[in-house]
Design a protein around this ligand. Structure first.
Ligand code: AMP
Length: 192
């Protein structure tokens, strides 16, 4: 089963993706994590995207699409994938559907985690890694830029998934376990 976790930055997509990896053997594909690894490794892609990411801007589609295509083809994705942070634009949503179709795959469910903008700002401002470090883009002016990118570029893809009945909305303000149970129920329905 392949699913998309949609929602603004700070909605809890990464947390829920990790939970599904543990419980269902699916693989999280987080374009943000993959890009941060490229930046850390100072690879050619990392060098190209660093400044864009630090400003909260989107990375060009060809880079993202290539990364996704390579990752989905790997054998550990056989039990299905949880797309986290992709697609983020209408063009990425369309590219994804045609990419999967070519490989005889499809998206079984799209889960939208809805969280108020006020709560997102608070969560992102307080977010820290275990070692106390912070993401380079979790700073006030960049947080607002990222939320605006979500509103302007990503939220418009919701009708695309709503039209074909794949969109499931969840109240992401609830605690992690309650959100997790709601996702489980959606996946159980989609898989049966
Ligand atoms: P995330 O960890 O999903 O919040 O992503 C962090 C940053 O990586 C974003 O602010 C973008 O700069 C970049 N990024 C991640 N996924 C995408 C995507 N699908 N399209 C364009 N840029 C992306």
């Amino acid at each position: 089963m392949n699913i998309i976790l949609l929602g603004p930055p700070g909605a809890g997509k990464g947390t829920q993706a990790k939970r599904l990896e543990d419980s269902r053997g699916m693989k999280q594909i987080s374009t943000g994590d993959m890009l941060r690894a490229e930046v850390k490794a100072q690879s050619p892609i990392g060098v190209e995207v660093k400044a864009l990411m630090e400003k909260g801007h989107f990375v060009p589609d060809p880079i993202i699409v290539q990364m996704i295509e390579n990752r989905i083809a790997q054998p550990d994705c056989g039990k299905g994938v949880i797309l986290d942070g992709f697609p983020r634009t209408e063009s990425q949503a369309e590219i994804l559907d045609s990419m999967l179709k070519e490989q005889g795959l499809k998206i079984d469910a799209v889960v939208l985690l809805e969280v108020s903008e006020e709560a997102l700002v608070k969560r992102l401002s307080e977010r820290q890694h275990e070692d106390g470090s912070r993401r380079a883009d979790d700073h006030p002016e960049v947080i607002h830029a990222r939320l605006e990118m979500y509103r302007k570029q990503t939220a418009p893809i919701l009708p695309y998934y709503e039209q074909n009945g794949r969109l499931n909305r969840i109240d992401g303000m609830q605690d992690v376990e309650t959100v997790g149970r709601a996702i489980d129920a959606i996946l159980d329905r989609a898989g049966s």
